[in-house]
Design a protein around this ligand. Structure first.
Ligand SMILES: [Mn+2]
Length: 343
């Protein structure tokens, strides 16, 4: 076990919830670690980090979530199994066990029944979404964090357990995948402090980036090519979109998770502050939104019953592809009219 020294005030005074979480986890012999549905790098990195830490502390650990996770994060597993769970494994948690939900804003995004566990088990919610529904007994919600990975970095740093190399790698991936490799406006001094802390614990950013950046499949590249070829500007060049049909996924052989990171490319177009990807699935259109200030992706997602962050949000629209595109474009044109394009 490697544990690095750190000045006591490195992150400032810890939130009161951190100390509660440490004391609960210290006592709990069993940890059920849960990632959110359609898992991204943040929830997966945090989940593997907590699962590794639990195993290192000789806890009985079960890691899982409602959906399988993208293969590009498999290198973080290092022997830890990820279980696709349709229900909460109450038998596993037993008496005195703890449930840890990571990066999960609502109970609906977790394994079914998680909101009903408070009476029987210790439930812990660690998240940075401002719209978090606080569905656990302990809810540590910090929307100033660019990733839940920052919060888990602080948690492990403040705890007597420290951070080992595998945990540091998983948390580094959690942070950078959520803040666009320190490019998004959500990135703060604290994000960099966490990165330094994780490097001190053994994470090597160049090595991790090489792995993260070199594991696309030819199928995914073909899928992205189709989207790129359909790029369209609207709202006076302040917004751009592209789309993918069900056929595109079938014909290229790319999986659903193959769209992760794709929508960000539209923000590379000069003057574009709001980017939209429409992906057709069974009976619904998934809409991914990314924004640069002063635009808000969250504001558009909210109009269609979705949620997320200012810079990255999403929603699901039950309509045809053409109808969904038209509805979102209309909403954005109305909204973007009063804004000046970003620098
Ligand atoms: Mn996140």
């Amino acid at each position: 076990m490697r544990k690095t020294e750190m000045p006591e005030d490195y992150f400032g005074p810890p939130a009161p919830e951190i100390l509660d979480i440490i004391s609960v986890l210290e006592k709990a012999g069993k940890w059920l670690v849960l990632a959110h549905e359609k898992p991204d790098g943040d929830t997966i990195g945090c989940s593997f980090a907590m699962a590794h830490a639990g195993a290192r502390l000789s806890k009985e650990v079960m890691l899982g979530g409602p959906d399988i996770y993208p293969g590009r994060y498999e290198f973080l597993a290092a022997g830890i199994n990820f279980n696709v769970l349709n229900e909460i494994p109450c038998d596993f948690i037993g008496t005195g066990g703890a449930v840890i939900c990571l990066d999960t804003s609502t109970a609906g995004r977790s394994v079914q029944g998680v909101e009903d566990l408070q009476e029987r088990f210790h439930t812990i919610n660690i998240d940075h979404h401002s719209d978090n529904e606080r569905f656990c007994a302990i809810n540590w919600v910090d929307p100033t964090s660019s990733a839940t990975g920052e919060m888990v970095t602080e948690l492990l740093s403040v705890s007597p357990w420290g951070i080992d190399r595998r945990e540091a790698e998983a948390l580094y991936v959690a942070i950078v995948t959520d803040n666009g490799y320190f490019k998004f406006s959500s990135t703060t001094k604290r994000s960099y402090k966490c990165a330094i802390r994780l490097m001190e614990a053994g994470a090597v950013p160049g090595d991790l980036m090489a792995v993260l950046d070199s594991n696309m499949s030819a199928e995914i590249l073909s899928l992205w090519g189709r989207a790129f070829s359909r790029t369209e500007l609207f709202a006076g060049g302040r917004s751009a979109f592209f789309w993918l049909s069900k056929d595109d996924f079938e014909q290229t052989g790319a999986s659903r998770s193959g769209t992760e990171g794709l929508v960000n490319f539209l923000l590379k177009i000069k003057g574009v502050g709001l980017a939209v990807l429409f992906s057709e699935a069974d009976g619904e259109i998934r809409v991914n939104l990314r924004a640069r200030a002063p635009f808000s992706a969250h504001r558009i997602a909210l109009a269609f019953g979705g949620g997320g962050h200012e810079v990255a949000s999403g929603c699901v629209i039950r309509a045809s592809l053409a109808e969904a595109v038209s509805a979102v474009i209309t909403e954005i044109e109305k909204y973007a009219a009063g804004y000046i394009a970003p620098r």
